[in-house]
Design a protein around this ligand. Structure first.
Ligand code: ADP
Ligand code: MG
Length: 632
């Protein structure tokens, strides 16, 4: 018997082929997941007592015939009656398409591509890769078997079939331009990608494995290794995230991590087992990987599933940005399956899921911080970038993290933000009653500055992470009357501006003279000479870099500032602060010997540059020669 596919407009198949999915390969996921659905439905009928016959093995078979260029999916599910084939395949399945075509009229291709993401055409995706699709099916209710076939035109054949087993066989005659799908390796790859955790066993031919043969022993009495053929089951039908957390040990999670990311050899810091049934259904396991100081684009990403069917692992725009640093799986029946990415991103339930997960992640971090603070401190350096990223980009997450975020000082001690504020409350207030947080971005390069601060009784934070500049900017907006100042932003006496002035030993004319003398020995393009009356014990000359100028430049370098072009053209400059109270400076000023005067000032200037790692090349050589001369 012939029938007409119930669509009033022109042939829809060319449109399906062109626009439905940019990824043709997902046809396999659609057809296999229908087979899984049919098998699950049978199980439900059994549990409801509506099917009392033997169920038998419900393994789904994927069969490739390279000669005939066909790919078949065979299930032992509920099957379909003739009536059901008409209803579910030819009418219902296409109503989505029909609606699409109505909307498609008069739109350009790009708009159409956006539109089509809303319509899931599961079964019909087979036509993206096939010239002809056949269905052989026998319903669990018995009756006649049905044979249906369609070559992608509007006509289809339906007649009594010869299928004798309960269930359905879908046969796809792979089209010439889709020949990659008759390659065994390709099909195996796709099954592994989309069907790896589907809940019913899926068999794809046989595989050879090596086993011990206890019958045959070698001369040492060890069993011989022999090859054995067995069914190739491509999936794990009971993945860890579907199991009860109470039944699982840490090792199980680690094993699962390895199963998910076989190419990754690190160990996750900890995991979160998600198990939500209200206000929506969600299961999953998230892993916190160790995050390196420089965030690399991750290869091993979070995978989204819908009832154990793989949806996507490109979660950009679906989960908050910082969560992309996590790994693991999220499974929810509310994640729409056969829609486009752009649709997934705008889907309301997906947004709710993402917000919920974000909350769970924050809760878990809080819980570890509260219940096992020692462990939290130990892992904090590895978690730091993740938490900062979240705090910078997500207001709600930030609110929660403010309580548990840890500062680390140069002594390696950790403090919550509240604790640290109290710690520096007394000493590190400037004359305007603002708190000054001192920090270093490099404990080696800024060693002498750190030392000087410690001598004053100040505390110095280590802020050497990739996100610290952004993080500091954010904190300054958040914390009232607080500033972050890098340890080399000024000479130590001025770093935290206090009221008391240190009296100058030189008159202002003498100070001017010192300035002129020093300027004569420096490269004025790079060094901006300043004189200041500091403690005698302070260094005679110090290199500093104004905090705000430096931040501007850093912003320019990371390309985030509208002022970029302005700062881009300016050479990198530093301040050279000359301590006019230092005995060596006074000695140089009073020296009658011009050569000696120049030598002292040049030497002091070079020492200042060296302590910032700024003396290089020819200048360094000149310094060494001069130093040798002094020793002689
Ligand atoms: P969906 O799976 O979202 O319902 P599909 O287009 O993938 O949409 O399938 C349409 C319908 O065809 C299914 O709902 C089901 O009733 C029927 N169907 C498809 N494949 C099978 C199968 N292997 N066994 C039984 N019924 C099937
Ligand atoms: Mg389907």
């Amino acid at each position: 018997m012939k029938g007409q596919i119930n669509v009033k407009t022109e042939n829809i198949f060319p449109i399906i082929k062109k626009f439905l999915y940019s990824d043709h390969e997902i046809f396999l996921r659609e057809i296999v997941s229908n087979a899984v659905d049919a098998s699950q439905k049978l199980k439900t009928l059994v549990s409801l007592g509506q099917y009392n016959e033997a169920v038998g093995d419900n393994t789904i078979d994927v069969v490739l015939d390279k000669k005939k260029k066909t790919l078949s999916i065979i299930d032992r599910g509920i099957g379909m009656t003739k009536d059901e084939v008409e209803r579910y395949i030819t009418n219902i399945a296409l109503s989505g398409a029909e609606e699409f075509i109505e909307k498609f009229k008069g739109k350009d291709a790009e708009e159409a591509a956006n539109l089509i993401g809303h319509f899931g055409l599961g079964f019909f995706s087979a036509f993206m890769v096939s010239d002809k699709v056949e269905i052989d099916t026998l319903s669990y209710q018995g009756g006649e078997a049905v044979h249906w076939s369609c070559d992608g035109s509007q006509e289809y054949d339906i007649e009594e079939g010869k299928w004798t087993e309960r269930g359905t066989k879908i046969t796809m005659h792979i089209a010439k331009e889709s020949e990659e799908f008759v390659e065994e390796s390709k099909i195996l790859e796709l099954l592994k990608k989309y069907c790896r955790f589907m809940p019913v066993n899926i068999r794809f031919g046989k595989e050879k494995i090596w086993v011990d043969d206890e019958e045959k022993k070698d001369k040492d009495g060890n069993p011989e290794r022999v090859q054995k053929e067995q069914d190739r089951i491509i999936n794990n039908s009971n993945p860890l995230w579907k199991q009860k957390p109470a039944d699982l040990k840490d090792e199980d999670y680690l094993k699962f991590y390895r199963e998910l990311y076989p190419m990754n050899f690190d160990e996750p810091l900890f995991h979160i087992h998600l198990n939500v049934d209200y206000p929506f259904n969600l299961t999953g396991i998230l892993f916190f990987p160790k995050i390196q100081k420089n965030i690399e684009p991750t290869r091993d990403k979070i995978q989204l599933y819908c009832n154990q069917v793989f949806v996507t692992d490109s979660v950009e725009g679906i989960v908050p940005e910082y969560m992309m640093l996590l790994r693991g799986v999220i499974d929810s029946p509310d994640i729409p399956l056969n829609v486009s990415r752009s649709y997934l991103q705008s889907d309301a339930s997906v947004k709710k899921i993402a917000a919920h997960i974000s909350k769970k992640v924050a809760d878990k971090l809080e819980q570890i911080s509260n219940n096992n603070h020692e462990e939290f401190e130990k892992k904090f350096e590895d978690l730091r970038v993740f938490i900062q990223y979240g705090m910078i980009t997500d207001e709600k997450f930030c609110e929660k993290m403010e309580k548990i975020f840890l500062f680390r000082n140069t002594e390696g001690k950790f403090f919550t933000m509240e604790e640290y504020k109290n710690k520096i409350e007394v000493l590190q207030k400037n004359k305007d009653k603002h708190l000054i947080y001192l920090y270093t971005s490099n404990t080696d390069e800024q060693y002498s500055y750190i030392q000087a601060a410690k001598d004053k009784g100040y505390d110095v934070l280590v802020m050497d992470g990739i996100l610290d500049n952004h993080f500091i900017n954010m904190l300054e907006q958040k914390l009232k009357d607080s500033h972050f100042t890098r340890i080399d932003a000024d000479v130590i006496d001025k770093l935290i501006a206090k009221d008391e002035e240190i009296p100058s030993k030189l008159s202002s004319e003498e100070c001017e003279k010192v300035k002129t003398l020093v300027e004569a020995v420096v490269d004025k393009q790079i060094l901006n000479v300043q004189t200041q009356s500091l403690e005698q014990t302070a260094k005679p000359m110090t290199i500093t870099q104004d905090e705000y100028m430096r931040r501007m430049r850093q912003m320019y370098e990371t390309g985030n500032s509208p002022m970029a072009s302005l700062y881009g053209n300016m050479p990198l400059t530093y301040n050279l602060v000359v301590n006019t109270n230092h005995p060596l400076i006074i000695e140089a000023l009073n020296s009658e010997d011009i050569e000696q005067q120049t030598n002292i000032l040049s030497q002091l200037k070079d020492l200042a540059l060296i302590s910032q790692g700024l003396l290089k090349g020819k200048d360094l050589e000149t310094f060494i020669e001069r130093s040798i001369g002094i020793i002689k």
